[in-house]
Design a protein around this ligand. Structure first.
Ligand SMILES: [Zn+2]
Length: 496
């Protein structure tokens, strides 16, 4: 298929000046860009007058078909429903995670995990490899994992079963750095969480409203300080370690990252949409507070505003991600491990596997600390970010595109295949109507969850047309015309 997008406001990437012009794609690639491109024969023409044409967004932090915790409660979206929901929100590339099981090598885990995505994902995808142990075999596999095109490695400082201790961290970071990999870290202080959860448990405080105080700002920041100290020590010794902190939710952490980045240390971070838009009050005011059981938790509005000030400096934090990890209400309440519904190959919604409870209802409702943690965000991340950043805070489109696409492409070794509209880049393009007014409701989401964090949000600006791999997947006709063809490929990344 050949597509000519005419007369749009073109935002090539997070560095370029916008201009009014055209983009020509042929099959999976962009073949021309500029003003006044002549239409070749047999071309599909899209009139983008008044619309904004940008590279498809990249969500480098999603959890699809992911069995969480010791109860192995699966996130409500698999790679089909997750990628369809992402695409409808203007996202065209996703990065998920691999968690090797006990006794499984990293390379086997990669194969197993790729089987979850292949044949389901409508979008190109890659994975971050979790490093959950530091034995010699695991560490020696890291360079081979990089050779397979997986260049980023996830480390947790919290959660038994998957976390590394602060003592184990240098071993893993050294190995990742020597392989020219990028370490991405979930940074919360395990001991702080444990102490506070124990206290809540002893006092019988089990409702969701006690969740945020078990994941306090000071615990997250203390962990940030420790991991950044360890990582920058390794960097100062000359190891080419690249270091990234996921879902930074505190202004203090963001400020520290900015300071270190300003000293030319190779550190970065990301913020999630929920941590810059949803207030901590929701744990007490929301009809279903379990919707917001996620770590880090929502923070007070004053803190979120201060966080945004650090983010807007554009120094170390240049990404807004979703940390999409949706569950249904039934799953949170212990009634089932697997999701209630799955999206069929023809777009029909089908019942999920048979319910398999993980909680005994004789014990009442599950306490917040036993519930699966996470929230839905894959579809509305860029849309909510557009309203917050462009509409409310006056960002220009170049900054916006950087934060939802280009910076992630660069940091996660996907640029310039992704994250830019350039000749030779993949034809992954989102065409936004900057004026479209929409009120977000659960009924609009294509994620297979019945919990929606952005209920009632008024947003301005919406992706109207989405092109993935040179095919138009979203187009306003009578409602979206969807394709569920699983054309997504595992992206081979190379350390930049
Ligand atoms: Zn996550």
């Amino acid at each position: 298929m050949t597509i000519l997008i005419k007369n749009g406001l073109i935002i090539r990437d997070g560095d370029s000046q916008p201009f009014i012009g055209d983009v020509l794609t042929h099959e999976r690639q962009i073949v021309a860009i500029g003003p006044g491109i002549e239409a070749p024969p047999n071309v599909h023409i899209i009139d983008a007058t008044g619309l904004v044409v940008m590279p498809g967004a990249i969500d480098p932090h999603v959890h699809l078909h992911y069995p969480q915790g010791s109860n192995r409660i699966y996130t409500a979206d698999d790679f089909r429903s997750g990628s369809v929901a992402a695409m409808l929100g203007g996202t065209t590339t996703i990065l998920d995670f691999i968690e090797p099981q006990e006794g499984e090598t990293l390379l086997t885990a990669l194969q197993t995990r790729n089987n979850d995505a292949q044949g389901l994902s409508i979008l190109d995808y890659s994975f971050h490899m979790s490093v959950i142990r530091t034995d010699n075999l695991t560490l020696s596999e890291i360079p081979q994992v990089v050779d397979e095109g997986i260049t980023s490695f996830k480390i947790y400082t919290a959660y038994d079963g998957i976390r590394l201790t602060y003592n184990e961290l240098p071993l893993a970071l050294n190995a990742i750095g020597q392989a020219r990999g990028l370490a991405i870290v979930h940074s919360e202080d395990h001991a702080t969480i444990q102490d506070r959860v124990t206290k809540c448990r002893e006092e019988g405080l089990v409702e969701c409203k006690y969740h945020p105080e078990c994941h306090p700002i000071e615990g997250e920041f203390a962990s940030n300080q420790t991991v950044l100290q360890i990582a920058t020590d390794i960097q100062r010794r000359g190891v080419p370690l690249r270091f990234h902190i996921v879902h930074v939710s505190t202004p203090q952490g963001a400020e520290l990252l900015n300071t270190l980045r300003s000293q030319n240390l190779d550190v970065s971070g990301e913020v999630c949409t929920q941590h810059i838009t949803l207030p901590v009050d929701l744990y007490t005011t929301a009809e279903d507070p379990s919707t917001f059981v996620m770590s880090p938790p929502l923070r007070p509005v004053e803190e979120e505003n201060k966080l945004m000030v650090e983010v807007e400096k554009g120094i170390a934090i240049q990404m807004i991600t979703s940390d999409h990890a949706p569950f249904t209400r039934d799953q949170r309440l212990g009634n089932r491990r697997t999701p209630n519904f799955i999206l069929g190959p023809d777009g029909s919604i089908q019942p999920g596997p048979q319910a398999d409870p993980w909680w005994n209802p004789d014990n009442g409702l599950p306490p917040f600390y036993a519930m699966p943690g996470g929230g839905s965000g894959i579809e509305f991340r860029a849309i909510v970010a557009h309203t917050l950043c462009v509409v409310q805070r006056g960002w220009n489109y170049t900054q916006f595109v950087n934060f939802v696409s280009t910076a992630a492409a660069k940091r996660f070794d996907l640029f310039p295949q992704k994250g830019t509209l350039s000749i030779g880049s993949d034809a992954d393009i989102a065409i936004w109507d900057p004026e479209a007014m929409t009120r977000l409701t659960l009924s609009q989401t294509h994620s297979m969850t019945d919990q929606f964090p952005y209920e009632g949000f008024e947003v301005k600006g919406y992706p109207k047309i989405v092109i993935v791999g040179g095919q138009i997947l979203k187009l306003e006709c009578d409602g979206p015309c969807l394709s569920f063809e699983p054309r997504g490929r595992l992206l081979k990344r190379r350390p930049m």
